[in-house]
Write a protein that binds this ligand. Structure first.
Ligand SMILES: Cc1ncc(COP(=O)(O)O)c(C=O)c1O
Length: 366
């Protein structure tokens, strides 16, 4: 049996009865979109994060541009982020006609190098999007201080960080707003697409609620240009039954990470580092091979262990970003790491013996 980087089928086996009952409840409710399930899940997520408001949307990508628009980002503004993120972080910024401006990442945790942010600020800068990549938080206190000094908004991209903590605060509760994805692979994943905007700023939440629904506040009357982006009732009901399990699942992910840490120490791989200010949720467990990443991946695949690379190309080097005018060599840490990183199998239902097999085979092929 191959060991894959991610799989939801064992989770489905465990939750099947509950999921089918939830789907049936939605189908029998007579309300498939923007009903009670969505309202309840919005409340539950806001309570989990400890923030005032939340708006369910169709995807993490939508959550990013709706959150940014709700904080006042508009066409022509600049938004500072990192080049080693998922493409959607950047495409969401560009959807608004805003310009992504990159800063490099840190060598040790592969997260936004906050020390570089101030130099990237121009009179057009409006917001900063820290990406809590892999399940670990960017150092938010100094970032919030910079934002405060320059009158900027911080919108946390939490697509990969559900349940991660920054100094005992939930990721997504520190910035001016945050965007979550519930794409199936996520720590809290739907059985389809989903996303959410969260904020303590009531005006931003009110605006996000209008923007996800054609800019309406009253039925059939649009106040502003808006979108169609709603978290559907089926996904909200499934997410709602999964949310109370998230802490246990993160604990399990952390156990698996600790097992990898022990088993792979001294193997020649660079292992992930947990920052003192963070609780890593280990959305993914990313290691580095300094010289032969692709060779290692090939040898692992031959022995039925399928890993992943997120991400192989920093965004500023992609053809799709050519018009931004960046060139290779501008973000050396992101570029170097992109050639070295890969993610090991990681999901809560992974078995001990599978983790041990990954360790054994990996030590062998490395
Ligand atoms: C860092 C990051 N931002 C944004 C997204 C976009 O989320 P979605 O796929 O739900 O649109 C993802 C996930 O795919 C992501 O990993």
């Amino acid at each position: 049996m191959p060991i894959n980087v991610w799989d939801y089928l064992r989770e489905y086996d465990e939750l099947r009865e509950e999921i089918l009952a939830a789907v049936d409840r939605v189908f029998r409710s007579g309300r498939l979109v923007l009903g009670q399930e969505g309202i309840r899940f919005e409340r539950e997520m806001a309570a989990y994060l400890g923030v005032a408001g939340s708006v369910g949307v169709n995807s993490g990508t939508d959550a990013i541009y709706i959150a940014l628009a709700s904080l006042g980002v508009k066409a022509g503004d600049e938004v500072i982020t990192v080049p080693n993120t998922a493409v959607p972080t950047v495409s969401a910024i560009r959807t608004l006609g805003a310009r992504p401006v990159f800063v490099d990442v840190r060598e040790d945790d592969f997260l936004m190098d906050v020390a570089q942010v101030e130099a990237a600020i121009t009179p057009r800068t409006r917001a900063i999007v820290p990406v809590h990549l892999y399940g670990q938080c960017v150092d938010l206190d100094p970032l919030m201080a910079i934002a405060e000094r320059h009158g900027l908004k911080v919108m946390e991209d939490c697509a990969q960080s559900q349940g991660a903590l920054y100094k005992n605060h939930q990721s997504g509760s520190v910035g001016h707003a945050s965007a979550f994805s519930f794409y199936p692979t996520k720590v809290l994943g739907a059985y389809g697409d989903g996303g959410m905007v969260l904020s303590n700023d009531e005006a931003a939440i009110k605006l996000a609620r209008s923007l996800r629904f054609y800019g309406m506040e009253t039925q059939y009357y649009s106040e502003r240009h808006g979108y169609n982006s709603r978290l559907d009732e089926v996904q909200a009901a499934i997410l709602s039954l999964k949310l109370p399990r998230i802490e246990g699942w993160i604990e399990r992910r952390r156990e698996i990470a600790a097992r990898y840490n022990r088993g792979l120490a001294g193997s020649g791989l660079v292992l992930p580092r947990e920052n003192a200010h963070s609780r890593h949720s280990y959305y993914v467990y990313v290691v580095e091979h300094p010289t032969d990443r692709d060779g290692v991946l090939e040898r692992l695949a031959k022995r039925d262990i399928n890993c992943n690379v997120s991400y192989r190309w920093p965004i500023h080097t992609m053809r799709g970003s050519a018009d931004l005018g960046y060139s290779e060599g501008q973000f050396p840490v992101a570029e170097r790491k992109a050639q070295r990183i890969f993610s090991l199998p990681m999901y809560p239902h992974l078995k001990e013996e599978e983790v041990d097999t990954v360790i054994e085979v990996l030590r062998d092929v490395v």
